[in-house]
Design a binder for this molecule. Structure first.
Ligand code: GRF
Length: 205
């Protein structure tokens, strides 16, 4: 890693936050030129918020029910991200569809991790969808977020083989291990300024 200035990340979460933890750990150990500036959760009880606080990272709960519209909900998220100087937004188990307010405020600067090899198995329970379908290989994908769910240009993917004696739960665990590697790696590529988007293709220099 170089002495490059660390880019400020806003991480959006709803649950356990193991991917958030992987990003925090990669940042603290100097593996990525990025730091988590704020963690925002739409679920106040999310374990991810505790993880953030443990690392003296700003942790903010913003609940959809406190706002009249998706627009005003997202405006509050954007204000919070901007207050903390966020340059890149990382969705890490954020269980909401991103709307035009957030997308318009961070064009091509929102990324997501999905536990399948997109475009296969978008949506919820992707690991189980893949297992139940009977695929021999699944995996994880980091991609830019656009206006369709689990759809934007793909930054990187990692394949995970399905074993003969696998279970959906065991597969999920092995995919999660790879998520924890490729999400920080994708962030580092962006931090190094090596990523550009050409149509559906992400070009890595
Ligand atoms: C991960 O499987 C991620 O791919 C998906 O949601 C899950 C979040 O897990 N988008 P965690 O909260 O990071 O542990």
């Amino acid at each position: 890693m170089s002495a490059r200035k660390k880019i400020a990340l806003g991480v959006l979460v709803s649950g356990s936050g193991t991917n958030l933890q992987a990003i925090i750990d990669a940042s603290e150990s100097g593996k990525i030129d990025a730091r988590v500036a704020v963690v925002i959760s739409d679920v106040p009880s999310a374990r991810a918020l505790e993880r953030a606080r443990k690392h003296d990272t700003a942790a903010v709960a913003i609940e959809r029910k406190d706002f009249d519209s998706k627009k005003s909900f997202e405006e509050r998220i954007v204000t919070t991200l901007k207050e903390h100087g966020c340059e890149l937004v990382c969705l890490a188990g954020f269980m909401r569809i991103i709307g035009e307010t957030l997308l318009g405020s961070y064009p091509d600067r929102i990324i997501n991790i999905h536990p399948a090899l997109l475009p296969s198995f978008p949506g919820l329970d992707a690991q189980k969808q893949a297992f139940d379908y009977g695929v021999k290989v699944s995996g994880a994908t980091v991609h830019f977020v656009d206006d369709k769910t689990d759809h934007g240009p793909i930054i990187c993917q990692k394949a995970v083989e399905v074993k003969e004696d696998d279970t959906a739960e065991a597969l999920k665990e092995r995919i999660l291990e790879q998520e924890h590697r490729i999400y920080p790696a994708a962030i580092q590529l962006i931090a190094e300024g090596r990523v550009s988007i050409e149509g559906r293709r992400v070009i890595i220099k």
